[in-house]
Design a protein around this ligand. Sequence first.
Ligand code: E4P
Length: 289
Amino acid sequence: MRPANLKTKIFLDGGDPDETKTLIKLLGFLDGQTTNPTLISKNPEAKKRIETGNKFSEDEIIRFYQKTVREISSLIPEGSVSVEVYADAYTNAETMLRQGKEMFSWIPNAHIKFPCSAEGLRAAEQAVKGGMRINMTLCFSQEQAAAVYAATRSAKKGDVFVSPFIGRLDDRNENGMDLIRNILKMYARGDGHVEVLTASVRKPDHLLYALKLGSDIITAPYPILKEWGEKGLPLPGDKYVYDAGALKPIFYKAVDLSRHWQVYDLTHDLTAGGMEKFSGDWNALIRKS
Ligand code: E4P
């Protein structure tokens, strides 16, 4: 059962509908799911095909993603399911938008994931004007989050998520949770149309601190949510303190939200690296013909 005082929406980060089913039983609720190309490549059916040397054609992999997302969507019809476009360093906004439009038609509750790159932001700006719900992924800086805010001013609350990837910052010794705190603080001066989705959660304390900070949404992998469910869905109390250990702090910057999105510095090596990894994992599923 959902705890009465839980305000944050809880999403599963994964590409296997069986996990979704099991988790709904365990938690008693689930508010949504995020997928990405890497997670789809880890889907048991996809893995089995690859292991037996039976790669997908371009068309088959898209149909497979569609089938998987439809199954997940039917399990959480009232929730949101994030579906990610293919985007490498050369993919332009028009190509992302074309894919996004198709994916958005797959299920009634999709949020389309575009990267926090210049082309991704350009696609996002057009997408929200056309009424698409979006999730801006691979966010690693306050400036990128400010650009998401500025590019989507016409959208209504609930239609735009920004996903700061905290685990990947931790991986290189920067305190990813600081980024969540900083973006929430910056957005508190805005109109609330962008929801902060804490992503790349690696440990239970990421979940607890994101709850404490008041992140709008948290997406976490199956093992983390399973553990949380088995412990009885604990929420952080008043005395909860997040221990960042030796991670380097990320300091808050006074970023003005009222500027044009193109003015903000969108470059981040982890965004570029993340796009390379996602597109590489996707390409590895496809046979060369
Ligand atoms: C979010 O939508 C992403 O799918 C995810 O959280 C990425 O996490 P990772 O850094 O563990 O790959």
